[in-house]
Write a new protein. Structure first.
Length: 149
């Protein structure tokens, strides 16, 4: 669903909505930490938000053209997994030393920083997968192939 939304409205809009979803998940987990239902709902909102951000960013990557998309996606996935590993390490340490509220605040700070990056990118007119691209053969390709006139 995030891919279709990115095609229709652009990756920036999907990223913004996804970060709101992730923030709501963290808020729900923080407001009712002893409620299993709230924790499950919060975890699902967090996963949906983070996954949708990844899909929107990959749609943007594959929209830049097949000549460089694979290499850029490799760097993106390396950064994604490295960030996830560092976030897990930091979250575990924070939870072990300072408790649940500290881990949630750190995660919320990361979501807030990501939101600022999305807003700054939108103001600069960052490239998006909406508008100038179409879906062909299961991938996103520019309407005019790169390198051809």
């Amino acid at each position: 669903m995030a891919g279709r939304l990115a095609d229709r409205y652009g990756a920036t809009a999907v990223n913004a909505g996804s970060l709101v979803c992730a923030g709501l998940g963290l808020a729900l987990a923080g407001l009712a930490p002893s409620s299993p239902a709230a924790l499950v709902a919060g975890a699902n909102l967090l996963v949906a938000g983070v996954s949708s951000c990844q899909v929107a960013n990959q749609a943007r990557i594959f929209g830049i053209g097949p000549a460089v998309a694979a290499r850029v996606n490799t760097v993106f996935m390396l950064a994604t997994f490295s960030g996830g590993a560092l976030g897990s390490l930091a979250g575990s340490w924070l939870y072990g030393t300072h408790g649940w509220p500290a881990a949630l605040l750190a995660a919320g700070a990361c979501v807030a920083v990501a939101g600022l990056v999305v807003v700054a990118g939108a103001r600069q007119g960052a490239p998006t997968c909406g508008g100038g691209v179409t879906r062909e053969a299961g991938g996103i390709r520019p309407r005019i192939p790169q390198g051809e006139s």
